[in-house]
Design a protein around this ligand. Structure first.
Ligand code: ADP
Ligand code: ZN
Length: 646
């Protein structure tokens, strides 16, 4: 069964609307589908499509396969779905087949003969099959006009679905030299995307990246940070009531995510006592129990499921009105996937993320436990580092001073769908309140001015220095390093001297997450203004950023801890004092019979050697100096500093 010759020779784009209607029975393309198909057929011919599951990615290779001459090849790990897809295509008059190890050898041979005779327009192949060089060579001889790679994130060793056989795809592309390559995935973290591009040779300069469909305008997003568990419970109960109504006649369903199995059970108990039809769900429950929970939630005999992240795949319910996270999940991506289960019916829905300072330690432990990919393997430190980085990104989301929707879309690289302030997240609401209430207006103008001053500082920096130095410059620090960099001579030096140093740095970070400032890539990242940053500085755009709370970067120990991993060493460390402190630490460690790092970390010594505290109080501002350390080691540290001064 071949399509009419007229459809199979260029120019293709004039035909695709007809093919869409007549072959696929669909009235119109999603705009991004047309863009992807255009790039593939008549544009750069190398395309990476990132769109949510069910978004309609498969059309982006099925339709081109239907109009191109020759046999297009699709690599997919989802063997279970291949049969259905092939059947559907065949019904539409598009000749297709698949090869997978689930077929008996006779059948494989029969299909292969047909394929090599060029009888099919589209062939699905399981990645394991490509381990046969013979098969790869035979397919290459067909000169396929298009190679599609579905579930492309399986190539990423950092992804959840890593498949070693996907690593061969780079070689396969080399061998086949297909004129067109399209990779599709629903996983959009920047790191996974980069790995796909590298391994498939879809470098950003030569290929089109189409990332769309992540925006969820009916979803209201909010975050509350609270260290009181009573408060967090109260907020959870409140969220359920306001989203569903009371437990007597609830409208729709809800999911509450917790980080540990024990927490799911405890919380389910609490909600049960309140009269909700609720069940816990986690991987420690027998399969039969889990199935039952899934079924009862789907048929609406349960209103609420309290679950770990194990709950997700099989959820078949469009009327979920709220997703509450009782604890922070592991990444922005995980969060968006989980909260995205709310409001699939397009009706208003809410996502509430609750987080406390305890989440940091908890996540550390969870990452440590999962270690390598296999349970029981030794923790892979690079893996742990990656996971921690993803969690810190989520913490930036928590602290975001700009629209939460825009933050997420920017994080995924879905710039085109950003809204410039959505009006239905907690940050946008706070920004609007400030704009409207007369009493607060003055304060808000002050804040806008502060943001514009900070932007001016970044502009004046003109590629000289990194983020810390720019923040020191704005704060008005005057030291050798800043003088050397020429930062003390700038008109913006000291422009924000009314604010603590740590606060200015926190503000600059917010400007980054808000998309006003970006960092150059490379060994020494330098901040610069984005186009939006320039427009905001010039007052052509409104300031849509909340400035940090007055105590940002100070006090609460959890906050300090949070920034530890990303904090840079102070740049005015006195090297000889640092060496004296290290020698003293070694003495203390020997005297107590403990390793040196138990006394304190290098970072603590570096900060002491930079800020030279002269009192116990000043010492308590140093990173890592809690009350216990001060009591034990405060005296000798201060003595070393003062001996060094004299
Ligand atoms: P994905 O591969 O992104 O997970 P699919 O390609 O399987 O998603 O598509 C999911 C559903 O969306 C299919 O039922 C498909 O027919 C439908 N679909 C795809 N494109 C369109 C469109 N332009 N208009 C309407 N429905 C579409
Ligand atoms: Zn918003």
């Amino acid at each position: 069964m071949h399509s009419p010759a007229a459809l199979r020779s260029p120019p293709f784009m004039s035909d695709i609307d007809l093919v869409l209607r007549e072959r696929f029975g669909l009235p119109s393309f999603h705009p991004w589908q047309r863009e992807a198909i255009h790039e593939l057929l008549e544009g750069r011919q190398r395309v990476l499509v990132i769109a949510p599951t069910g978004g309609g990615k498969s059309l982006c290779y099925q339709l081109p396969a239907a109009v191109l001459d020759g046999t297009s090849i699709v690599i997919s790990p989802l063997i279970a779905l291949m049969g259905d897809q092939v059947r559907a295509l065949t019904q539409r008059g598009i000749s297709a087949t698949y090869l997978a190890s689930t077929l008996d050898p006779e059948e494989v041979k029969r299909r292969e003969r047909g394929i090599f005779e060029g009888r099919y327009q589209l062939v699905y192949i399981a990645p394991e099959r490509l381990e046969s060089q013979w098969l790869v060579d035979k397919l290459a001889a067909l000169r396929p006009p298009l190679l599609a790679i579905d579930e492309a994130h399986c190539i990423s060793q950092w992804g959840h679905d890593f498949r070693p056989s996907y690593l061969r795809l780079g070689e396969v592309i080399e061998r086949m030299q297909p004129p067109r390559v399209i990779a599709c995935t629903a996983t959009a973290t920047p790191i996974v995307r980069q790995e796909i591009q590298e391994r498939l040779g879809l470098g950003a300069d030569r290929s089109a990246v189409i990332l769309r469909g992540f925006s969820r305008p009916n979803l209201h997003l909010a975050v509350v940070e609270s260290d009181s568990s009573t408060e967090r419970r109260r907020l959870t109960r409140g969220a359920l009531r306001s989203a569903l109504g009371g437990p007597d006649s609830p409208q729709g369903g809800a999911i509450v995510y917790a980080a540990t199995r024990r927490n799911t059970e405890k919380l389910a108990d609490v909600l049960d006592k309140e009269g909700w039809r609720v069940a816990a769900y986690h991987a420690g429950l027998p399969a039969a129990v889990r199935e039952k929970v899934n079924r009862r939630f789907a048929d609406r005999s349960l209103d609420v499921v309290v679950a770990t992240n194990a709950f997700g795949m099989g959820i078949d319910r469009a009327d979920i009105r709220t997703v509450v996270h009782a604890q922070a999940p592991g990444s922005v991506e995980a969060y968006y996937q989980e909260v995205g289960r709310a409001g699939r019916d397009g009706q208003p829905a809410h996502g509430l993320l609750l987080t406390s300072s305890g989440d940091l330690g908890l996540r550390r432990r969870l990452i440590g436990f999962s270690g390598g990919r296999d349970p029981g393997s030794t923790p892979d430190s690079e893996h742990v580092r990656q996971q921690w980085g993803l969690f810190l990104d989520l913490m930036r989301y928590v602290e975001a001073g700009s629209c939460r929707h825009d933050f997420i879309l920017r994080y995924f690289g879905d710039e085109r769908e950003t809204l410039g302030g959505c009006g239905h997240c907690d940050v946008c609401e706070r920004l609007e309140e400030r704009g409207e209430e007369g009493a607060l207006r003055e304060a808000s103008e002050d804040e806008a001015l502060v943001v514009r001053k900070a932007l001016a500082g970044v502009a004046r920096n003109q590629g000289r220095a990194g983020l810390t130095a720019v923040s020191d410059m704005l704060h008005g620090t005057n030291n050798e390093r800043l003088r050397r960099l020429g930062l003390t001579d700038l008109s913006t030096h000291g422009l924000l001297e009314a604010h603590p140093k740590a606060w200015v740095l926190a503000l600059l970070r917010r400007l980054i997450t808000a998309g006003l400032v970006d960092l150059t890539t490379g060994e020494f990242p330098i901040p610069y203004l984005t186009a939006l940053g320039v427009a905001t500085m010039k007052d052509e755009e409104a300031v849509r950023v909340l400035v940090p709370a007055p105590d940002a970067g100070r006090a609460p120990r959890a906050k300090k801890e949070r920034h530890r991993a990303e904090r840079e060493l102070p740049d005015n460390v006195d090297p000889s004092l640092f060496e004296s402190l290290r020698a003293m630490r070694l003495d203390l460690a020997r005297a107590k019979g403990v390793p040196a790092y138990v006394v304190c970390h290098d970072r603590t010594l570096a900060e002491i050697a930079a800020y030279k505290p002269t009192s116990m109080e000043a010492l308590s501002d140093i990173h890592g100096m809690g009350p216990a350390r001060i009591e034990r080691y405060g005296e000798p540290f201060l003595a070393t500093v003062s001996a060094h001064a004299s």
